[in-house]
Ligand binder design. Structure first.
Ligand SMILES: [Zn+2]
Length: 285
């Protein structure tokens, strides 16, 4: 009890609850939370800690004053209540303030797939390739561009029916082998795919699982991904603008038919891409 009182006194200085706004107090696994931080003269924000990970704080892009951070909640995060801790310097002294956030179960659908083990287990060569590609992608996702490339709302890459949403659990022979990591848009082979926002092409190549793949870096740790494409109009290093046709849809990689798989990452964490872009459109512009 003494300890608790001490902490409260120690933390409670210039920052108040009204200076830090979470866009919600409960969040499902696989979704993102937006945190707004007011600009205060004596305060220099450092980082956010939540559930054992740290997240950067950025200057708000369209507001003259203020900062923001995005907390991406991993799909594999278990339901629990925890503290979002804001670390800052007040007149150069390190301090912290916290708000509570509850992670709840997103209750995603489950898909049970019965297959022979030889189909689940890849041969050595394919496995090595897939692992290498995964490592390469993680190096990209864990890189954060300090600069933001975006200046207006995100769009969906394709105006067509969503055939499979984010998050459906995939259970192969009674084992959770993963989940649907993006949103699938209906598309036959050869439909133009638009960049969801301004950014830089950080990957444009053929991969084992995702086939023809393009990854765009939008800055501030935000990435969007476009998979199973049949043709690229861009290459690594290109700057792209929102609505630019980056390539054509297809059925490349491990798929049962043509479609566009659209996904997103924030600070290395895979999240529901449509919830993310809706949240950013509402909060950044
Ligand atoms: Zn998909």
């Amino acid at each position: 009890m003494m300890y608790k009182v001490f902490i409260l006194i120690f933390l409670g200085t210039t920052l108040f609850a009204s200076n830090i706004k979470l866009d919600r107090t409960t969040i499902a696994n696989g979704q993102s939370v937006f945190l707004e931080l007011a600009q205060i003269r004596e305060i220099e924000y450092e980082k956010i800690d939540f559930m054992g990970k740290s997240y950067p704080i950025y200057k708000h892009q369209t507001k003259d004053a203020g900062y923001y951070s995005i907390l991406p909640i991993s799909y594999y995060e278990k339901a629990k209540k925890d503290k979002v801790v804001v670390h800052y310097l007040e007149n150069l002294k390190p301090k912290a303030w916290h708000v509570e956030l509850s992670v709840i179960d997103g209750n995603y659908e489950k898909e049970v797939i019965k297959v022979s083990n030889s189909k689940v287990n890849l041969n050595k060569k394919d496995n090595a390739r897939a692992e290498e590609e995964q490592k390469e992608a993680m190096r990209i996702y864990n890189t954060t561009s300090e600069k933001s490339y975006i200046s207006s709302e995100f769009i969906v890459p394709l105006d067509s029916k969503i055939t499979s949403g984010f998050g459906k659990a995939r259970i192969y022979n009674d084992t959770l082998k993963g989940y649907h990591s993006g949103t699938d848009f209906r598309a036959e082979v050869g439909i133009p795919i638009k960049a969801s926002n301004d950014g830089v092409v950080v990957l444009a190549k053929e991969r084992f699982y995702s086939g023809g793949s393009v990854i765009l870096d939008h800055g501030h740790g935000i990435y969007t991904c476009y998979f199973h494409m049949s043709k690229f109009n861009v290459q690594k290093g290109d700057k792209v603008h929102k609505t630019q046709i980056i390539g054509l849809s297809g059925d490349s990689g491990r798929v049962t038919g043509p479609h566009l798989h659209f996904s997103a990452r924030v600070s290395g964490v895979q999240v529901d891409p449509l919830q993310l872009i809706e949240l950013l459109n509402k909060k950044l512009f």
